[in-house]
Design a protein around this ligand. Structure first.
Ligand SMILES: Nc1ncnc2c1ncn2[C@@H]1O[C@H](COP(=O)(O)OP(=O)(O)OP(=O)(O)O)[C@@H](O)[C@H]1O
Ligand SMILES: [Mg+2]
Length: 395
């Protein structure tokens, strides 16, 4: 059976590593065979766990295993032939060796290759739970939504038997002044696409895999998390919980941080409305850093009081967008709303929906910039918003 896979992502410094490590410790202590992987090149899993963590599964106490995936190793494993070919092409064009080496790794490639380690672990049958501490933002997950396009390209342009490529090779040199990839590089590209397609499927299997967005209750952090949430939904990735970390406790009332607490309360309300019905897990701002087993378990205790950390905490993708000719339709889960007046307001890319006194703020994807909301209907726990292309304003 596929293991439970939980990916934590969010803006820099919000507590991804701490939350990932504490989740993993709690799963391991409940008896699940658990590994926590870090794909962030700035590895801090070892600092968080206060123990050495290697480039392979390392026992870190409490029955838990941890691994800091080495992007360089993964790159060599999956990309060396392509690198050789591309590097040669670039150097022929006068790019020096060091720059050529840099340029042969696609942007975001490091983390993408690191994530392939997740696939190996998921297929190995050795783990019940895999927790991934991702690099900041959902960038990699956005990259991962490309396999459909890559597969299409490979099938249609190159053909299954690479007929076009085989035919083009002798001419490419003469007419294009370009060496086409050799068989080895080509095989590597195909294997990579295959791997990415498999990763994509693994991550979109909502019975086992989900993403949790970590944030602090700060305006800019919440806004970015909401944008990531929208993208994840649109790509069909399940977000089963959001984590609000570093919430000031009641004790700060009347102190220097009292005003901060009021601002945080506002942001917490925005989180509750923006991500509903996805559950919101909270943890307080502790009086010291979250380092070592004791603090990690304290953090887990706050986040998962009465909750199984390995459970799929919410099982539906809560927004769906379909684009048609000049029209778009957004489906939003609003399970608690029965009937009532719906009002919609779009300000820039923010859509504010009011139903029965509930307010939801949704960050729309850039593709909807030129659209305006035209209709809204409630349908079996969902709100369906129709959009039309905005007519240009005439002078
Ligand atoms: N609830 C908390 N209370 C106090 N300190 C915390 C809390 N959560 C995390 N920290 C501390 O905040 C710092 C950043 O946390 P962490 O490294 O987990 O964030 P991150 O999102 O992984 O950061 P990066 O984006 O750099 O990887 C660490 O020093 C950590 O110990
Ligand atoms: Mg980190």
């Amino acid at each position: 059976m596929a293991p439970r896979t939980i990916l934590y992502t969010g803006k820099g410094g919000v507590g991804k590593t701490s939350v990932a490590a504490s989740t993993a410790r709690r799963c391991a202590s409940a008896g699940a065979r658990t590994i926590v992987l870090s794909t962030d090149p700035a590895h801090s899993l070892a600092d968080s766990l206060e123990t050495a963590v290697g480039g392979g599964p390392t026992a870190v106490g409490g029955g838990l295993f941890a691994q800091q995936v080495q992007a360089q190793d993964e790159l060599e494993r999956h990309w060396s032939a392509v690198q050789g070919w591309l590097g040669g092409v670039l150097m022929e064009r006068g790019v020096d060796r060091i720059a050529a080496e840099e340029l042969t790794v696609p942007p975001g490639g490091d983390e993408l290759f690191s994530l392939l380690a997740l696939k190996q672990h998921a297929e190995s049958g050795e783990w019940d739970v895999i927790v991934v501490d991702c690099a900041p933002t959902g960038e990699t997950l956005r990259l991962l939504s490309f396999p459909d396009a890559a597969r299409w390209w490979l099938d249609k342009v190159l053909g299954r038997e690479n007929a076009l490529l085989a035919a083009a090779r002798p001419f490419a040199r003469t007419f294009l002044d370009l060496a086409l990839p050799d068989d080895k590089a080509f095989a590597e590209i195909q294997a990579l696409v295959g791997n990415l397609v498999a990763m994509h499927e693994l991550l979109r299997d909502a019975r086992h895999a989900s993403i949790r967005l970590v944030m602090t209750p700060d305006r800019m952090v919440v806004a970015e998390a909401m944008r990531t949430f929208t993208y994840l939904n649109l790509y069909g990735y399940l977000t089963d919980a959001v984590v609000v970390n570093r919430v000031f406790p009641d004790e700060v009332e009347g102190t220097y941080f009292g005003a901060w607490r009021a601002v945080q309360a506002e942001q917490l309300a925005l989180v509750e409305s923006g991500f509903a019905p996805v559950p919101v897990l909270r943890a307080p701002y502790f009086e010291r850093e979250v380092l070592g087993d004791e603090m990690l378990d304290r953090l887990a205790g706050e986040l998962f009081a009465g909750v199984d950390p390995a459970a799929v905490l919410h099982d539906r993708v809560t927004q769906e967008l379909s684009l048609g000719k000049g029209r778009a339709e957004l489906r939003l889960d609003l399970p608690f709303v029965s009937k009532g007046d719906v009002s919609l307001k779009k300000i820039g890319l923010e859509l504010v929906v009011r139903v029965d006194g509930h307010k939801r703020t949704i960050m729309l994807p850039g593709a909807l910039a030129g659209y305006r909301p035209a209709s809204a209907t409630l349908d079996d726990g969902s709100l369906v918003v129709g959009f039309e292309v905005q007519e240009p304003v005439r002078a």
